[in-house]
Design a binder for this molecule. Sequence first.
Ligand code: 6CS
Length: 298
Amino acid sequence: MTNQISRRAVVRGVGAATLAVPLAAWLSGCSRVETPGSAAGQTGTDLLALGKKQGYLRVAIANEPPYTQVNPDGTVTGAEPDVFRAVCKRLGIPDIQGVVTPYASMIPGLNANRWDAITAGLFMKQSRCSQVAYSEPVIVSTESFAVAKGNPKKILTVAGVLANKDLKIAVLPGGFEEGILKAAKVPAAQQVKVNDGRSGIEALTAGRADAFFLPTLSLDALAKADTSFEVTAPIPDAPRTGSGAAFRKSDSSFMETYNKELKAYKDSPEFDALMKKWGFDAAAARGSTAAELCKNEG
Ligand code: 6CS
C-alpha cells in the first residue's frame, strides 16, 4: 500500500528532549527504544545516502489533518508526508518514519537531530526561514476561526479580536496563529493556549474561548466530526500561508536535490491528484515560492 509504512515506524515524540519509543514497537511488545533522529545531523553524513542506506528518513508531524494524519493502524499520511514520501521514493529512499510532536518543538528537534525533516505544514515566515532550509512550497492555505454556531460575537478578523478585549482566542503555543496575534499586539491575556485541534474545540465548546484560530482546512476537518461549531471564511487580515519540507541548513545540498525532484513531481498529474485528495490547490502551490512565503512577518 502506498501509504503503508512499517508499524515500527510511527513514534510518538512528546518533545525535542524526549527519547522516542516507537509507538508500534511499544504496541507490538518490541523493546527497541530509538534514540530519535538519524546520524546525518550528528556526523554531517549525506542525508540522501543515509536515507537510501537505512531505507527511510524521519519526519516531524503534528497529526493535524489534512496536513498530517496518523491513521489508527499507525500509517502516516496527510498532504505533506504523502508528498515527501513520493519525492523520496523518486530519489531512491523507500519510506518515511513519522514522529508526532508539537509545532513548537519541530525546529529545535530538527536541529537536535531528532528527525531529518519537518513535513507538518510548518508555515513559512521570517523567523522560521532563518533557522531551517525550506523546500519549495507544496501547500498554500488560509486561516480561519472556529466559532459558536451563528458566530454570535461576529469574530471575523484579527483586528476585531484586538478591538474587543473581552474576546478570548484559543491558539497552539509556538504556532503560526499565535505569531499572527503577537504581531497584531493582541495581549497574552486574550490568548488561551491549547495543545491541538481537539483541545482547541473543547476550549470553544466549554466557553473558555470565544474562537479557535487554526488553518481553514484543519478546522473544516474537525467540523466533519463535530457539528457543535462553525468555521469562518478565511480571515482577510491573516497572511497567506504556505509550507514545504524543512531541513537543517547543514542539509541544504540534499534540499537542492530534493527541490529538483519536487519540481518534476509538482508538474505531474500525481501531485494534482494528491492535492485534490487532501483539499489543497495544486496550482496555488505551483504558483508560490519559498522566497515569497518566507517574507511573512513573525
Ligand atoms: O505552521 C504552523 O505553526 C501551523 N501549521 C498548521 C498546519 N497548523 C497549525 C500551526 O499553528
